[in-house]
Design a protein around this ligand. Sequence first.
Ligand code: PXG
Length: 460
Amino acid sequence: MNLPFEPQRQTQDYQASDAAHHIHAFVDQKALNAEGPRVMVRGEGLYLWDSEGKRYLDGMSGLWCTQLGYGRKDLTAAAAAQMDQLAYYNMFFHTTHPAVIELSELLFSLLPGHYSHVIYTNSGSEANEVLIRTVRRYWQVLGKPEKKIMIGRWNGYHGSTLAASALGGMKFMHEMGGLIPDVAHIDEPYWYAQGGDLTPAEFGRRCALQLEEKILELGAQNVAGFIAEPFQGAGGMIFPPESYWPEIQRICRQYDVLLCADEVIGGFGRTGEWFAHQYFGFEPDTLSIAKGLTSGYLPMGGLVLSKRMAEALVERGGVFAHGLTYSGHPVAAAVALANLKALRDEGIVRQVKDDTGPYLHKLLHEVFGNHPLIGEIQGTGLLAALQFVEDKGTRKRFANENDLAWQCRTFGFEEGVIIRSTLGRMIMAPALVASRVELDELVDKTRIAVDRTARIAGKL
Ligand code: PXG
């Protein structure tokens, strides 16, 4: 075994202790305990090593978050220096600190000019919790307290806390205590699965018009905001048809409903633009951010507000009774600052847009364009989804597509690449620092995993 580190304990020892104490995310814990989780012990660049010394190319940036990859010494140094200087102070009691001030300066230099303020949180879920209260407070300040209802989308994902999961449209989460009042949902713009005989453009408009119908059904005077991911992430890396966002924006403006973009996955360069709404060409009122803000090195999120909203809240709102102990945490802020500087100064976002993004998509189209198992390739920048299909002519999907995709993911692990499965889609979102050579390896190993899956599905 050729390990770049000293293994400290046996894998089984780690697993037994983990099983004794730990409840994992979105899993049958009993089944996982029987199987034993993989123990990740080291990361460097795009690569991870487990406790058995096996190396993986991480095609998912952790959970869509390690924009700079693993092991960046500049981020470690920023954290250490800030810990030495001021490890903690808060933003209650009329105080602030340089790290959060400098982070905000840099953040707003990267954002379009019509945003001016941010409320920091520790995660994406919290950003969306804060969103609900902030949006409702905004309408109260404007003298419209009855504007309270938030509209989200089925199969959208906005986090796992109570209100964030209610905004999202994962029904199996709602069934586990995830609903709150004054939330409604419309369909997702997933043309490949739900578009029927409509063209993508027709389907995109149809899905957007559902928002208008829902607003009219609920009464525009009662609707506070519409929340959506610019492209769906956890729901399967689904890109809406081009007709979708312009129509959604028109409807939100017409009915005075705030347009709230959840940029937790799309933000910080993933699409080759700094923010995904810029790629799709619309102008939200709020942005929920997290993940790539710190490259995942420390937990941090936030809710970005337009000047119009911030002006109402700051100039006319008085006290906003909201605050978190760790909002704008100095160490997280210092790491976020170093992370955003690196993304900007090393030209990484531009590289994704001009070089590595187009390279990845060209490669994917060469390798999977005529693959018998793949019906659609979506994405842009360092973001891609491969749609499994049983019959390309009719877009008929496999009845067991979820199992097939999970199997493909497992084959990927065996081949030394981490890709994500959701329903019948395989997702890639590697670190934004990925080189062409690493992208070659990502696509090559993914092809082996997809071919092995195609054999099981009787397609090869
Ligand atoms: N909004 C979006 C769009 C997200 O993708 C959250 C909010 C919540 O963020 P926190 O930091 O509270 O987790 C997310 C999180 C997956 C996966 O498997 C995706 C997320 C989290 C876990 C798994 O695709 N996204």
